[in-house]
Design a binder for this molecule. Structure first.
Ligand code: NAG
Ligand code: NAG
Ligand code: NAG
Ligand code: NAG
Ligand code: NAG
Ligand code: NAG
Length: 498
């Protein structure tokens, strides 16, 4: 496995290249420097032995060889890495990692796998990469004592799982964490009612599809399949829960080792690594969770809710908490046509529930747990409407990505201002464990989550812009649809199996 890439800055033709070298434990790497902006790039550095041959479906193995002379690491590829020195008021180093995905990283569902403890290998890869960083980052000018892990969506979910890994044990691999639209208890995908039976079913289907079913060792058979045959069977672009025939997604599982409890249970028991966290979600997350079939009737809404696990009594309650009233649905600013057959007549209703059940409720539970047990948590809501984008999508999942890296391509003054603010706040949190040292004026301070006040409700920093000067970022009481998310939180463990 290799450290991967975040393209922070692409070099325009004509920029000057020079070589850059760095000596790590195993030998010397040669990358390249660019002059504008001044950055050194090292792409595709391995942090583990390649998980091929007999290492397929096994936990990652550490590097154990050395070399003489300089190895070139200068090519972008599907497995590459980049260190960038970001100038956002605070110099920071960005390391992005590649880890095994789909069944390659998350195969589970059989006794054979249980017996060898091969589970959550994608998360184990991440953990090994963090060890590599501890051993080698100083050579790049980094400080191993100041590592912040961060990720969005599946990345946020991974960060969350690293926080509850090994009962929340602190292995001194990182000192802070950022989760964007995803955390340890994000129930994703929603329409998997019970993850345990789902994973068994999925494994069964994979062995049947590949002809490995009922072999003396199904696992050995899967391990020996040609890569192409396995990829074809998995077809991750098209799966049962994303309306199709492929096999996946493969989920993180409670394996009794890397993860000892479900995520909600880990939070309730206090089994998490309570480093300072920053956790954001967007206002209209679910508008781009594209696999939802159009919902036109109450019974279709009930079926949508039921797919995630709630019993019928609970669905009655959810129906009343999320009524079919467009004015209460999401995105708030979207006015659907009367006959909205494309998105469905109950589009706004489904969006509100789906956004809350996957993202809002899990963010609130996470940051409130941190606050209640003495941890530092910064909670944020991203309410960014990019001018010219569809009103039906609102402030959707992933809308902030280009702003956090300050790579957004926009002429809009307000959007650019927001991009500057966000990238600086993120850098400030990484450097100082506090997002407020951003050096810009005219913004309220982002308070830490505090649930010790009378009503027990904490606050959010709201990143608020629609591209005009009408809206300004502000701090809010995080109490919108509070009764709704409390209801969802109550059934996280018992009915949503999370
Ligand atoms: C490195 O580890 C692999 C298995 O993890 C082993 O097969 C190999 O012999 C080791 N090489 C060295 C040089 O120790
Ligand atoms: C190679 O690098 C890894 C990762 O830093 C380290 O754990 C290992 O000890 C190194 N092995 C040798 C033989 O240098
Ligand atoms: C397994 O295959 C059956 C039959 O094709 C299908 O109905 C089911 O959705 C599949 N399960 C998963 C988890 O992919
Ligand atoms: C996956 O399935 C889709 C639709 O059925 C098909 O177009 C695509 O070629 C398949 N991909 C692979 C890798 O088999
Ligand atoms: C929906 O309503 C609009 C405006 O009233 C009309 O132009 C359109 O043809 C209708 N579409 C359908 C599918 O009925
Ligand atoms: C949280 O709020 C309470 C009540 O307003 C206050 O007494 C306490 O100092 C605050 N805690 C922190 C950590 O700011």
């Amino acid at each position: 496995m290799k450290l991967s890439s975040i393209v922070g800055t692409l070099c325009a033709a004509g920029c000057a290249f020079a070589t850059a070298t760095v000596s790590v434990k195993n030998g010397t790497y040669q990358g390249f420097s660019v002059s504008s902006p001044k950055q050194d790039h090292f792409l595709g550095i391995p942090y583990a032995q390649a998980p091929v041959g007999s290492l397929r479906f096994r936990g990652p193995h550490s590097l154990n060889s050395t070399w003489k002379g300089a190895k070139k690491v200068v090519k972008f590829g599907n497995a590459c890495m980049q260190y960038t020195s970001v100038k956002a008021g605070k110099p920071i180093l960005v390391v992005s990692i590649n880890y095994r995905l789909s069944a390659f990283g998350f195969l589970w569902g059989s006794n054979e796998l249980k017996a060898i403890g091969s589970a959550n290998n994608g998360l184990r890869d991440q953990r090994l990469a963090l060890h590599w960083i501890q051993e080698n980052i100083a050579a790049f000018g980094g400080d191993p004592a100041k590592v912040t892990i961060f990720g969005q969506s599946g990345g946020g979910l991974s960060v969350g799982k690293q926080l509850i890994a090994y009962d929340g044990r602190d292995d001194n691999l990182f000192r802070a964490a950022i989760m964007q639209s995803g955390s340890m208890n994000e129930k994703w995908p929603y329409n998997v009612a019970d993850p345990v039976t789902y994973m068994e079913d999925l494994y069964q289907n994979l062995t049947v599809t590949t002809g490995c079913a009922n072999k003396r060792s199904e696992l050995e058979c899967l391990r020996n399949l040609p890569l192409e045959q396995l990829s074809e069977a998995l077809n991750i672009t098209n799966t049962a829960v994303f309306s199709g025939t492929g096999l996946g997604p493969w989920l993180t599982v409670v394996d009794g080792d890397f993860l000892t409890n479900g995520p909600t249970e880990s939070l309730l028991k206090g089994h998490f690594n309570m480093v300072p966290v920053m956790h954001t979600t967007t206002t209209d997350e679910a508008s781009v969770f594209g696999f939802t079939d159009p919902v036109n009737t109450d019974s279709e809404f009930r079926a949508f809710v039921a797919a995630g696990g709630p019993d019928s009594e609970t669905i009655d309650i959810i129906e009343t908490l999320y009524p079919d009233v467009n004015a209460l649905g999401l995105p708030a600013g979207y006015e659907p046509p009367n006959n909205d057959t494309t998105f469905g007549l109950q589009y706004k209703r489904v969006n509100a529930y789906h956004t809350d059940v996957v993202e809002t409720a899990s963010r609130r539970m996470t940051v409130d747990t941190w606050a209640a047990t003495g941890g530092t948590a910064y909670s944020g809501r991203i309410n960014i409407l990019i001018p010219g984008s569809s009103a039906a999508l609102g402030s959707h999942h992933a809308v902030e990505l280009d702003l956090v890296f300050n790579t957004i391509d926009s002429d809009n003054k307000e959007i650019k201002k927001m991009s500057k603010l966000m990238s600086r706040m993120w850098a400030s949190f990484v450097a100082d464990l506090d997002p407020n040292n951003h050096g810009l004026t005219g913004y309220p301070s982002w308070p830490t989550r505090n649930v010790s006040n009378v009503d027990g409700v904490g606050s959010n920093f709201v990143f608020d812009t629609d591209g005009s000067s009408k809206t300004e970022s502000h701090v809010e009481q995080d109490d919108f649809r509070l009764a709704q998310t409390l209801c969802i939180q109550k059934i996280f463990q018992s009915q949503l199996h999370y």
